[in-house]
Design a protein around this ligand. Structure first.
Ligand code: MCN
Ligand code: CUN
Length: 793
C-alpha cells in the first residue's frame, strides 16, 4: 500500500529508520545495569543445588564475616513481614525465599547484600545450607499418577499434583462426530520446555527513599504499571501502597514474554532496600537466567483430526498435559488458564471441535511464560499445523491442496470458530498462494521427486497459521483483575512538536519509531518531531504493557483515538482563527483548510494559539493541546499467514539444514514495513531454534537441568538460516481504528510447524512417521534407524 503521507511526515507505511537505533548501535542504550545510584549496594543469590529438598539449617555466620557483606536475607527474615510467599499472575502462590522446602534446582534460598558485586558473590559461597533431599518428580504424567509424591504440601488438603482442568468446545458432539468419521488421524505432539534467552538478563535496582516514603524500582519489565499494582498488592500491608511506588523500565535488551513475570529476585531486592534504606542492585548472571526463570511451552499434546475421504476436515480434538513446574506462574489472562490455546482450530473451517487440558506441578522452575506465543498460540498453531500434515500423508494429498480445501473462505468473515472466537478478517488462500510463489513451490516439488529417486532427503513444510493477538477486550480479559485496555497521552508543544507517552514498553520492537509514525499519520506532525516515551509509571498513563503483540493494535489505537481528540479541538481553534464553522474546516496535509477556499492554518499555528491564546475561543474551549485516550478493543485481532520451509537432511548424521524459507503474512495495515520484516525475521529465527535445537532437559532421577549452560542448551546462529523471502497480504482489521493487527510473534508462532512439517516430509520416504521435537541430529538419526529396524523385521 502506498503511504498517505509524504516522506517528510513519515506516517504509516514508510520504512522509516528506527529512531532508537543510533543510541543502541553506539552502545549508548541505558539498561538497568547501566544505572548507578549513590550508596548503591549489590545483591547476589544463594541457589539450591537440589531439585527437591528440606532445608534443615542455614548458617550465615561465615558469610557475614566476608569483607563488604552487610546482610544475609533468608525466608525466615521475610516471613516476619509475611513476604516469604507471593501471588503469581495465575492466582497461585510462589515462594520469594523458602522457609522449609526447595522445589527446583537453582531455586533462590537466601540473598547476600554487600557493598560490591564481588563481595556479594563471595558471601554467597560462604553461606552454608543443610539439605535433606526429597523424591523428585519431573515427568508431568508421573506427577499426575496416584501415589506420586505430593509437591505442594504448603497447600492445606492438597493430595495430588493436579493444578487445574480446562476445556473448550462441545465434548459430546465432537466424540459423536469422531465415532462416525470416514477418516481419523491421531498423533502425540510434544512441544518441549524452552527458555527465553534475551541478550539482557533480568534485574533491578530497588531504591527506597525513607524520607519521602517512596519506592522506585528500575527493573527489566514489559509491563511496568501492572507490576506496580502487583507490588502494591504484595507489599501494601508493609506500607507500600500504589502511590508510593514508581516502576521505571529503561531500555530492555529483549523481553519475549520472559520479562512479564515477577521473579523472586525483584521482591527480595525491594525488601532489602526497604530494610537497609539504601538502593540495592540485583542483576542475574547468564546461568541464573538460563536455569531459574522464564520457561515456556512444555505441552504434551495428543491431536486428532476427523475428515472425509476427499480431505474435508470435519473434527478436531486435542488433549494436553501441561507441565507448569512447581507453581502456576504463567502470565495468562485470569479466566484462561491455558491462555488462548483454543485458537487451535487454526485457519480451517472445522465444525466439531473440543480441547481439554490438565496442568501438573513438577520439580521445575515455574514454566508457562508466554514466550513469543500470544498466550499459548504457538502451541495451538503447532498442534493444528502438524496434525494437518499427518492427515495429508494419510490421504496422500498435497499438504497445500489439503489446506486450500479447508481454509475459512474470505466471505465467511467475521467467522465464529467452533471453540468460540470471532475471527475478524483474513484471506488465507491468498497468503498460501503468495508463500508458494515466493519459494517456488511447484518447482520444489519437482526437484524433490528427482532427489527422492536419488535417495536424497529433501522436505517441504507448510504452516498456515492464524493467531489471536491484541488483548483486551477488557470485558473478558484481565490479569489478576486488572483490565486489559491500553493508553496513550499526547502533549503538543506550542511550536507544534509533541511528546507522547504510553502504557506499553518496547523491548526492541521499535516503539519510539512506530508510535511516532502513527501520530504523524493522524496529526501531520513529522514523525521525527514526536518524542515517544514509555516505561515510567510516574509519567506514563496506566497501561497493561507489551506482550501478546498488543502494543500496536491496542496502544497504537489509543494513540489514534487521542490524536483524534486533539484534531477535534485543533479544528475548533482553527475555525475560530479562520472565522468559519468547525464543520467547514477540514484537515489535509498538516493544515486546516476552510472547504473550497485557500484559507488555511498550519497545525503549528493552531498549537501556538492553544498555548498563547490571544485570539482564542475562551468561552467554549480551554487553552492547551494535550489529550489522553484509553482504548479498550472490541475484539482481538487475528493475524494470519503462511510460512513454507525447505530442508535437506543428511541421512548419515541426521543433520537438518534449512535451504529456503518463505513467509506471506497478514498483519492488517502496516505501520513500518521494515520493522515488520525485522519482526518476522527474528520470530522465524526463534521458531527454528525451537524446532531444531532448544530443549530444557531435566534428569529424571535428580531433577537437575542437564542443559543448564549454553554449551548444552543450543541456540540458532545466523549461519543456520538462509535469506528469508517475505511478502504480505493485507486484510485491514475491520474493528481497529487504524486497521492494524499485531505482528510481533507471528514468525515464532508459524515457523516451528513449517520446519517440523518439512523434516517429516523429508523423512517420509524412509518410513519415519514421527520425529520428536527438537529435530536434533540425534533425534532425526535415531528416527531413521528406528524406521530401518522396523522395516527389517
Ligand atoms: N508493527 C507495524 N505494523 C503492524 C503491526 C506492528 O509496523 N501492523 C510494528 C509495531 O509498531 C512495532 C512492532 O511492529 O514496532 C511490533 O508490534 P506489535 O505486533 O504490536 O507487538 P508489540 O509491540 O506489542 O511487541 C510484542 C511482541 C511480543 S509479544 C514478543 S514476545 C516479542 C516481539 O514483539 N518480543 C520482542 N518482538 C520482539 N522484538 C524484539 N526486538 N525484542 C523482543 O523482546
Ligand atoms: Cu507470548 S510473549 Mo510476548 O507476549 O511478550
Amino acid at each position: 500500500m502506498t503511504p498517505k503521507t509524504s516522506e517528510k511526515v513519515c506516517g504509516m507505511g514508510h520504512s522509516m529508520k528506527r529512531k532508537e537505533d543510533p543510541r543502541f548501535i553506539r552502545g549508548q542504550g541505558r539498561y538497568v545495569d547501566d544505572i548507578q545510584l549513590p550508596g548503591m549496594l549489590y545483591m547476589d543469590i544463594v541457589r539450591s543445588p537440589y531439585a527437591h529438598a528440606t532445608i534443615t539449617n542455614i548458617d550465615t555466620s561465615q558469610a557475614l564475616k566476608v569483607p563488604g557483606v552487610l546482610a544475609v536475607i533468608t525466608g525466615r527474615d521475610l516471613e516476619k513481614y509475611n513476604l516469604h510467599w507471593m501471588p503469581t499472575l495465575m492466582s497461585d502462590t510462589q515462594m520469594v525465599l523458602p522457609t522449609d522446602t526447595v522445589m527446583y534446582q537453582s531455586q533462590e534460598v537466601a540473598a547476600v547484600i554487600a557493598t560490591e558485586r564481588y563481595a556479594a558473590a563471595d558471601g554467597v559461597e560462604a553461606v552454608d545450607v543443610d539439605y535433606e533431599p526429597l523424591p523428585v518428580v519431573v515427568d508431568p504424567f508421573k506427577a499426575l499418577e496416584p501415589g506420586a509424591p505430593v509437591l505442594r504440601t504448603d497447600k492445606k488438603g492438597k493430595t495430588d499434583n493436579h493444578i487445574w482442568h480446562w476445556e473448550a468446545g462441545n465434548r459430546e458432539d465432537t466424540e459423536r462426530h469422531f465415532a462416525s468419521a470416514e477418516v481419523r488421524v491421531k498423533q502425540d505432539i510434544y512441544i518441549p520446555r524452552i527458555h527465553v534467552a534475551s541478550i539482557e538478563t533480568c534485574g533491578c535496582i530497588a531504591d527506597f527513599d525513607k524520607a519521602m516514603g517512596k519506592l522506585t524500582v528500575y527493573m527489566t519489565t514489559q509491563a511496568p504499571h501492572a507490576i506496580r499494582t502487583v507490588f502494591a498488592l504484595v507489599a501494601g500491608h508493609v506500607g507500600l501502597s500504589e502511590e508510593r511506588i514508581r516502576i521505571v523500565s529503561p531500555d530492555l535488551g529483549g523481553g519475549f514474554g520472559g520479562k512479564v513475570p515477577v521473579y523472586p529476585g525483584y521482591v527480595i531486592a525491594v525488601a532489602a532496600s526497604v530494610l537497609i534504606g539504601k538502593p540495592v542492585k540485583w542483576i542475574e548472571d547468564r546461568m541464573e537466567n538460563l536455569q531459574a526463570d522464564s520457561f515456556a511451552r512444555d505441552y504434551h499434546m495428543t491431536a486428532e483430526l476427523a475428515a472425509k475421504k476427499d480431505g474435508t476436515i470435519t473434527g478436531l480434538r486435542i488433549k494436553t498435559i501441561a507441565d507448569h513446574g512447581y507453581a502456576d506462574a504463567a502470565a495468562n489472562p485470569s479466566k484462561f488458564p491455558a491462555g488462548l490455546f483454543s485458537i487451535c482450530t487454526g485457519s480451517y473451517d472445522i465444525k466439531h471441535a473440543f480441547t481439554e487440558m490438565d496442568a501438573a506441578y513438577t520439580n521445575k522452575p515455574p514454566g508457562g511464560v508466554a514466550y513469543r506465543c500470544s498466550f499459548r498460540v504457538t502451541e495451538a498453531a503447532h498442534a493444528i499445523e502438524r496434525i494437518t500434515d499427518v492427515l495429508a500423508l494419510e490421504l496422500k494429498m498435497d499438504p497445500a491442496a489439503l489446506r486450500m480445501k479447508n481454509f475459512i473462505p474470505p466471505e465467511k468473515f467475521p467467522y465464529k470458530s467452533a471453540l468460540g472466537w470471532e475471527y475478524d478478517s483474513g484471506n488465507y488462500a491468498a497468503a498460501l498462494d503468495k508463500a508458494m510463489k515466493l519459494i517456488g513451490y511447484d518447482e520444489l516439488r519437482k526437484e524433490q521427486a528427482e532427489k527422492r529417486k536419488r535417495g536424497e532427503l529433501m522436505g517441504i513444510g507448510i504452516s498456515s497459521f492464524t493467531e489471536i493477538v491484541g488483548a483486551g477486550p477488557s470485558k473478558d480479559f484481565d490479569i489478576l483483575g486488572i483490565k486489559m485496555f491500553d493508553s496513550a497521552e499526547i502533549r503538543v508543544h506550542p511550536t507544534g512538536k509533541a511528546i507522547a507517552r504510553f502504557g506499553t514498553k518496547s523491548q526492541g520492537q521499535g516503539h519510539e519509531t512506530t508510535y511516532a509514525q502513527i501520530l504523524a499519520e493522524e496529526l501531520g506532525i513529522p514523525a521525527k518531531d514526536i518524542k515517544v516515551e514509555e516505561g515510567d509509571t510516574d509519567t506514563a498513563p496506566y497501561g497493561l504493557g507489551t506482550y501478546a503483540s498488543r502494543s500496536t493494535p491496542v496502544a497504537g489505537a489509543a494513540a489514534a483515538m487521542a490524536s483524534r481528540k486533539i484534531q477535534d479541538k485543533a479544528r475548533k481553534i482553527a475555525a475560530h482563527l479562520l472565522e468559519a464553522a468547525a464543520e467547514d474546516v477540514e484537515f489535509n496535509g498538516g493544515r486546516y483548510i476552510v472547504k473550497g477556499t485557500d484559507r488555511a492554518k498550519a497545525f503549528g499555528e493552531i498549537a501556538f494559539a492553544a498555548y498563547v491564546p490571544h485570539n482564542f475561543p475562551h468561552e467554549t474551549l480551554e487553552p492547551g493541546l494535550e489529550e489522553t485516550a484509553f482504548y479498550d478493543p472490541k475484539n482481538f485481532t487475528y493475524p494470519s499467514g503462511c510460512h513454507i520451509c525447505e530442508v535437506e537432511i543428511d541421512p548419515e548424521t541426521g543433520t537438518v539444514a534449512i535451504v529456503r524459507m518463505s513467509a506471506a503474512d497478514d498483519f492488517g495495515r502496516i505501520v513500518n514495513p521494515m520493522i515488520v520484516d525485522g519482526q518476522v525475521h527474528g520470530g522465524i529465527a526463534q521458531g527454528v531454534g525451537q524446532a531444531l535445537m532448544e530443549n530444557a532437559v531435566y534428569d529424571k532421577e535428580t531433577g537437575q537441568l542437564t542443559s543448564g549452560s549454553y554449551m548444552d542448551y543450543t541456540m540458532p546462529r545466523a549461519e543456520n538460516f538462509p535469506s528469508f523471502k517475505l511478502g504480505n497480504k493485507v486484510t485491514p482489521c475491520p474493528h481497529n481504528p487504524l486497521g492494524v493487527k499485531g505482528c510481533g510473534e507471528a514468525g515464532a508462532i508459524a515457523s516451528p510447524a513449517a520446519v517440523m512439517n518439512a523434516v517429516h516430509d523429508a523423512l517420509a520416504p524412509v518410513g519415519v512417521k514421527h520425529v520428536e521435537m527438537p529435530a536434533t541430529s540425534l533425534n532425526v538419526w535415531q528416527s531413521i534407524q528406528g524406521a530401518q529396524h522396523a522395516a527389517a523385521e
